[in-house]
Write a protein that binds this ligand. Structure first.
Ligand code: MRU
Length: 383
């Protein structure tokens, strides 16, 4: 079972880069610690997990959410599971563990990307015994965590070049520190522009039904003192028409090889409005969220979530019992509506089918170079 603990914050076992005075997820003393995002903004409660099954449940139940954060949680959950399962040297047992995480949420490709990295790490040491497997999986989960923060900061630097001084930026959902290991993707771009002194302001749609905009993005921006205005989702067209929005920056759960972008439901509506009003529409996408094996957005699985998210706001029922409900959690914005895709390796422009593979490959090469440098350093220290 997970245990809710209130502040003060637990100390970290490894160097990390949280934003402000909170963190989304950490590996600490062989346990996974997460901020329970369901309780924000009114309560800051950290939960500790010792059981991998509880980590998988935490992902499904939205204790932690946001594509990169889901990937990190799954990686840490698998590292935790390896320690729990006596038969982890059996590849079938390891695969069952991975499958439990793969079944948590279907749309964010970062989840499957992180699981694939854990599989690769397992394969490297599976013949070396239980201890080596546990150590290697923990090391890989921490690497995924640390690389995510670093990627977000690099993405922020690239993305900030697109934000004019004094701009009003509209985002959607929460693609902030809470949706990642730290700093954020779309909100990372906004943070970087703010840190560069660009005097920007942010418009935050509440993002029904789960209210990630109102509860999470607004919370992060208020905490950091970045000027933010909360609006309902239905007000976006009004502000576009009035010329109040200079650009849109959103995150993504999965971007297909042709540049079609799956993101929180309502993103497509915003993209259509942006095109109508000639407002640039940017997507902040770490290469871990680009799925080159998915040819177009039509192949991206869209998660359908519980009706209760629509019939209720928090605990308050707002619709009659028995009404039929649809609750697709994501939509797909066609690539023609996307002005640019910002990654940690640079900015991709159309044709995305050509520019995205180059940046994904650059990311792989850079990671390989970093891994080789770490190995050489370790060998020098050992020798
Ligand atoms: O259902 P959620 O809250 O997991 O959806 C999150 C989003 O749609 C984000 O915009 C996306 O994951 C990008 S986060 C960096």
């Amino acid at each position: 079972m997970d245990r809710g603990v209130s502040l003060p914050l637990p100390t970290v076992s490894r160097e990390s880069t949280p934003v402000g005075e909170f963190f989304t997820i950490r590996w600490q003393d062989g346990e996974v610690v997460m901020l329970d995002q369901r309780l924000l903004p009114t309560r800051e409660v950290y939960r500790r997990y010792r059981d991998y099954r509880a980590v998988a449940r935490a992902i499904t139940r939205m204790v932690i959410r946001g594509a990169p954060a889901i990937g990190v949680a799954a990686a840490m959950g698998i590292a935790l599971g390896a320690r729990q399962l006596q038969r982890i040297t059996d590849p079938a047992a390891f695969e069952r563990l991975c499958q439990q995480f793969a079944a948590t949420r279907p749309t964010a490709v970062n989840l499957f990307w992180a699981i694939e990295r854990m599989r690769h790490a397992y394969a490297q040491v599976r013949a070396c015994g239980r201890r080596a497997i546990c150590d290697r999986l923990t090391q890989e989960a921490l690497a995924i965590y640390e690389e995510d923060v670093a990627a977000n900061r690099r993405m922020g630097q690239y993305g900030a070049t697109l934000i004019p001084p004094g701009a009003t930026v509209l985002t959607h959902c929460n693609a902030g520190a809470l949706a990642t290991a730290g700093y954020g993707t779309a909100l990372g771009v906004i943070r970087a522009a703010w840190e560069q002194g660009k005097q920007i302001a942010v418009i935050v749609p509440e993002t029904r039904p789960f209210l990630q905009g109102a509860r999470l993005t607004a919370w992060e921006l208020v905490k950091e003192g970045i000027p933010a205005t909360l609006v309902t989702d239905s007000m976006v067209g009004y502000f576009m028409q009035k010329g109040k929005i200079d650009c849109v920056v959103v995150g993504t759960d999965r971007t297909a090889a042709n540049g079609d972008v799956a993101n929180k439901i309502g993103t497509y509506t915003t993209a259509v409005l942006a095109a109508r009003h000639r407002v640039p529409f940017y997507v902040a996408a770490p290469t871990s969220s680009i799925d080159l094996l998915c040819p177009t957005g039509a192949q991206i699985p869209i998660e359908e979530r519980a009706a209760r998210e629509v019939t209720h706001i928090l605990r308050q029922q707002i619709a009659p019992a028995g009404v039929r409900v649809a609750n697709p959690a994501f939509d797909v914005t066609p690539h023609e509506l996307v002005s640019a895709i910002i990654t940690e390796e640079g900015i991709a422009r159309a044709p995305f089918a050509q520019s995205l593979p180059l940046l994904v490959q650059k990311g792989k090469n850079n990671r390989q170079r970093r891994e080789m440098a770490v190995t050489e350093q370790a060998e020098r220290t050992d020798g």
